[in-house]
Ligand binder design. Structure first.
Ligand code: FEO
Length: 398
């Protein structure tokens, strides 16, 4: 793939595809890879916007040097300090020792703590600008999106918003880098998974940032991960808004932890009851098989969530417990939840699912279905009643 690609005159993508890293933040699966997007503005003064992960610095720097043919980089703009975007900074300074680093007050605290860099710093505040000659950069502080120092850089003459992690997504760029060059359907789920895994905890900050940016004329959204939106920038902004407002689609996701198949049997039974009641979009997941990265995304996506767990040492099944703890941290609101599960002696699965639902403030629908050993007729009848609270047979108020 060409390693330097023009976005508009004199503005280039100089990002790197990473198909080697298995887990983003050593936590989230990257089965489709990821990009670290960096941008080069070759005006009278030359500016780089963000860098790449340290493991990718050799190719990255070579690409920049080849493009600039001896010209120097004057400024590095740091929109975000996380090392997937600052990892190449020391090598960059080695090649361009006079570079001036642009960030905000919080950026530079982290820059010292991570890399010991304290010189040639230009501190910017909300609305400050940097003159590159024929082009002007304007800085918009967007704290906690998703770190305290995060900011966005707006190129005024072209209406390009270099948005940092916001509006980004998982998935390497395999040839096409623009929204109109790729099969966007492939990226949509990976973009949402990136949002729900990385940025979604700070949904209120996403909404504040979108409001803050509403006066800008945005022709291109250029995030640090995933496709660059030059044809339909409104789409990615409206998707992020929708997800941050916890808008969910009709349908149900059923997630369970089951040792010997009894809780799983109830998951299948509930799913069939929902289907008979006209619910068309139903997904079932075994928490022991599917990584919580995907489970978080599915929970975010659907209006109805069914959680099942056998009791395990008087608690929720461990894989479910991990999911519940992560969901508590995400702060997601507005779900309607049914719960079910088995026990053998003292319980602890269903009761702790109920405790979780109370803690996160989701709406419990119907009565919890709990059975000793295998589910019996009365428990299947309960599942039918529960599923009747959703779908075509429901006659109450939403
Ligand atoms: Fe892509 Fe928050 O780093």
């Amino acid at each position: 793939m060409k390693s330097v690609i023009e976005i508009v005159n004199d503005i280039y993508w100089v990002g790197i595809n990473d198909r080697n890293t298995r887990l983003f933040e050593n936590l989230w699966p990257l089965e489709n890879g990821v990009t670290y997007n960096s941008y080069l503005i070759d005006a009278e003064k030359v500016a780089l916007i963000d860098t790449v992960k340290s493991t990718e610095s050799v190719n990255y720097l070579q690409n920049i040097q080849d493009k600039l043919e001896g010209k120097k980089v004057d400024y590095l703009i740091i929109n975000h300090m996380e090392p997937d975007h600052t990892g190449a900074i020391k090598e960059l300074l080695h090649v361009y020792p006079d570079i001036q680093i642009v960030g905000n007050k919080k950026t530079f605290g982290m820059l010292k703590e991570y890399y010991g860099i304290e010189e040639n710093l230009i501190t910017v505040k909300q609305g400050d600008t940097l003159d590159l000659g024929s082009m002007t950069l304007e800085f918009h502080l967007t704290p906690m999106l998703h770190w305290p120092e995060t900011m966005m850089t707006y190129l005024k003459e072209e209406g390009i918003l270099f948005s940092g992690d916001a509006f980004g997504g998982f998935g390497s760029l395999d040839g096409g880098i623009f929204d109109d060059e790729v099969n966007i359907e492939f990226y949509e789920n990976e973009i949402m998974r990136y949002f729900t895994n990385i940025v979604g905890k700070y949904s209120n900050m996403v909404l504040m940032a979108i409001k803050k940016l509403s006066d800008l004329e945005i022709n291109v959204v250029a995030p640090t991960h995933g496709p660059i939106w030059r044809t339909n920038p409104e789409k990615i902004i409206s998707d992020y808004k929708k997800w941050s407002e916890y808008e969910a689609k009709e349908g149900a996701v059923i997630i369970y932890g089951s040792m010997y198949g009894n809780t799983e049997r109830m998951a299948d039974y509930i799913a069939r009851c929902l289907s008979e009641n006209g619910v068309k979009d139903i997904r079932i997941y075994d928490s022991s098989k599917t990584h919580l990265s995907y489970l978080i995304n599915e929970i975010w996506k659907y209006k109805y969530v069914f959680l099942g767990s056998c009791a395990y040492n008087t608690r929720v099944f461990p894989m479910m417990e991990g999911l519940l703890n992560t969901m508590k941290n995400k702060g997601l609101k507005g779900k309607k939840v049914g719960i079910f599960g088995s026990y053998t002696w003292s319980g602890g699965g269903v009761s702790n699912l109920k405790k979780f639902v109370d803690e996160v403030g989701w709406e419990l629908i119907g009565e919890p279905i709990e059975f000793k050993g295998a589910p019996g007729k009365e428990h299947f009848a309960q599942a039918e009643e529960l599923s009747c609270l959703i779908g075509d047979c429901y006659v109450g108020e939403e």
